[in-house]
Design a protein around this ligand. Structure first.
Ligand code: PGA
Length: 254
């Protein structure tokens, strides 16, 4: 399957900065064979999507509300981000789960709203350091996965991308080891296979996120069961994100 490399800019970049970034990324994009996705702030969506038209780059949002419309001051619906040019949306990022108290039930509603609007849902799951140390990693991943996705049909699952992001690895500079990533991804694949069948599981892209940098991107991309990367801080500079995209190219020719 084609590798996915996703930038999650979080609450960084103005419209102008996003525009300059996309211009700067062009040389790496031309050389890269991965599917490249940028999750930009909502304010930059419309302009970035217009700029990305015709380029091998997909623009998406970082969050949506699950209602279609209504009196929800400050919220933005899936249909609205789609209207602004988004092709995908991140749901269930651990920062939203923790800081904005989003349960897996809410993540499920958001994933369904995204799919109903014709967006790809990039659904994140991951365990905390405490859960890992208490040998609760498997149970945590399994429950987050099923509670976030189990109401989806096989057809709906075809528009989902899963990201395994161990919370202890996000923004810490300490990525999970290749072996840990392999084990977690294998577990996710088995849970998916158990619920939707082996065929659907084989087709689901499972990305890794958490302190991905230019110097570990290649090893992570080479790890079996890893279909791509979700990159936070190292996606903010054209230089480091370009290096991550090019590590995919090295992989194809080695
Ligand atoms: P990080 O963030 O790459 O800065 O660890 C990843 C993420 O939050 O998606």
């Amino acid at each position: 399957m084609q590798k996915h490399i996703v930038a999650n800019w979080k609450m960084y970049k103005t419209i102008e900065e996003a525009q300059q970034f996309i211009v700067g990324l062009e040389p790496a994009l031309a050389a890269c064979e991965a599917k490249v996705l940028l999750a930009v702030p909502s304010t930059a969506l419309w302009n970035a999507a217009k700029q990305a038209a015709g380029k091998p780059i997909h623009i998406g949002a970082q969050n949506i509300d699950f209602h279609t419309e209504g009196a929800f001051t400050g919220e933005i619906s899936a249909g609205m981000v789609k209207d602004a040019g988004a092709q995908f949306v991140i749901v269930g990022h651990s920062e939203r789960r923790k800081l904005f108290h989003e349960s897996s039930e809410i993540v499920n509603l958001k994933a369904k709203a995204a799919l109903a609007a014709g967006l790809t849902a990039l659904v994140c799951i991951g365990e905390t350091y405490e859960e890992r140390n208490a040998n609760a990693m498997e149970a945590t991943l399994k429950s987050q996965l099923l509670e976030s996705l189990s109401t989806l049909s096989i057809d709906q699952l075809a528009s989902v991308v899963l990201a395994y992001e161990p919370i202890w690895a996000i923004g810490t500079g300490v990525a999970a080891t290749s072996k840990d990533v392999y084990n977690a991804h294998l577990l996710c694949r088995q849970v998916i296979a158990g619920h939707w069948g082996a065929n659907a599981a084989a087709k689901l892209p499972i990305l890794y996120g958490g302190s991905v940098k230019p110097d570990n991107a290649r090893e992570l991309l080479e790890t079996p069961e890893v279909d791509g990367l979700l990159v936070g801080s190292a996606s903010l500079s054209v230089d480091s994100f370009s290096q991550i995209l090019l590590s995919q190219q090295v992989l194809n020719f080695s």
